[in-house]
Structure formats: structure tokens, C-alpha cells
Design a protein around this ligand. Sequence first.
Ligand code: PEP
Length: 254
Amino acid sequence: MSHSRPTVITGNWKMYKTIDEAVRFVKELAPLVQESTAQVYLAVPFTAIHATAEVAKSTKIVIGAQNMNDASEGAFTGEIAARMLKEAGAKFVILGHSERRKIFHETNSFINKKVKRALIEGLQPILCVGETKEEREQNKTAEVLESQISQSLADLSAEQLASLILAYEPVWAIGTDLAATPEMAQKEHEFCRSIVAKNWGSDFAEHLVIQYGGSVKPDNAKALLEQPDIDGLLVGGASLSVDSFSKIVNSQKI
Ligand code: PEP
């Protein structure tokens, strides 16, 4: 089936780069990706959002955050609200990243509250889902993906989810140099799209951007993007260098 989904490449910097390093990166990256047909997103540390968003204003780079709290505001020491991110210049937020799920014990129901808050405040959510190595070995991949998608997006209509991006990130592929093969990733993307179609209708599913994440590098980006259901990439380690990230952005779908 033909579709008209954009290609969206997101860099996830995790807990790397000071404000100064981040601003220099955006200034160097901007001219290298200006002609790209892909949309270029950078999820920077909270402290760097404002300064990078200012520098990115005249470029095609979109700045976002890596996490947020589900409450509108309140006595939650150390947390950050969607409204604060928005004011600082963030346009999107990564939610449910496997590092948040594993290290910070985030559950699907908590992630669901965050997705709702992000949408209320007008931040585009990038929802991450993916199975661990053990779950894959136990043939539980489908079950895990289905419950992560349906529970993290529970009670939301296709209309409310219009801006959503889904990211399939097999946990065993993140930061390991063991990327899924394009065929393996395609199979899971197709499955995720079928789950979305079952819950929110095939029209919504056909328009949903699904990114692949897990050890994406300049040498595997093109083959991944050539798969019919892979509409973009979520890039960790390789987004920290202007050289490798610009190469990935410029290897977009033909
Ligand atoms: C990530 O952080 O979402 C990620 C996919 O990391 P890496 O590209 O380093 O595997």
C-alpha cells in the first residue's frame, strides 16, 4: 500500500553535552542537514533546550526533551513539567525509553499519564517500545509490544494521538552494536502497525511514523530506512558526533 509518511530522524543525546557543546553541535550540524528531505530532531539534556532551540530557530533542526513528569506542576523535587519544556523551546518529548523503564522503573501506566500530559500541553510524544533479550528468547516479543503499545496509549483516541511518533527499540540492540537486521526490524514494525490498526484504525496506522532504534550507524541507516514500515530512526550513540549523525540523516529513504 502506498503511503505518504515523512522520514523523521531523532538523535537522543542521553546525559551527554553541556550547553556550550550542544550549541556548537547544532551550529555545525545545521548546514549539513539543511537540504535533507528527512525531518531532524534532537533530544537534548534539559539544560541545553533553551539555548539550542534559539540557535535551531533558523534551521530545520527541531529540539526536544528526553523525559518529563506527568503532573502539570507540584511538589515533585527534581522533576520537570511539560509546560516548562515547551516554554524552553522543546517541541517533542521522548517517553518510555527503555533506560527509563529499566533504571527508573517506569511502568506502562505511568508512561500513559505522561503521554496524556504531553498531548495536553502540545508536546509531540515519541513513545518507545521494545522487548528485552530474554523476552525475545522466550518468544514473548509480540505480547510485550502489544501490551506496551496498548497500555501506554490507553484511553486516547486516534484524533488525540495525531502527532504521535512510535519508536521500536529492541532493548538488546540499544548501545550494544548489535542492531536488528533490516528484515527483523521490518517484521516488528509491521507488527506494531497492525496493533495500532487494531486499536485505532487502519487509516491512523497507515499515517503513523514508526522509528527504529538500536545501534543505528551511518553504515546500516540506509538499509533500515529502505524497509517499507521503517519511517525513521532513533539514534543514541551515533547522534553524539556531527559527522556520524549528519551521515545518518542524509541516508534517508529514496
Ligand atoms: C537510544 O538511546 O534510543 C538508542 C537507540 O541508542 P544507540 O543508538 O546507542 O543504540
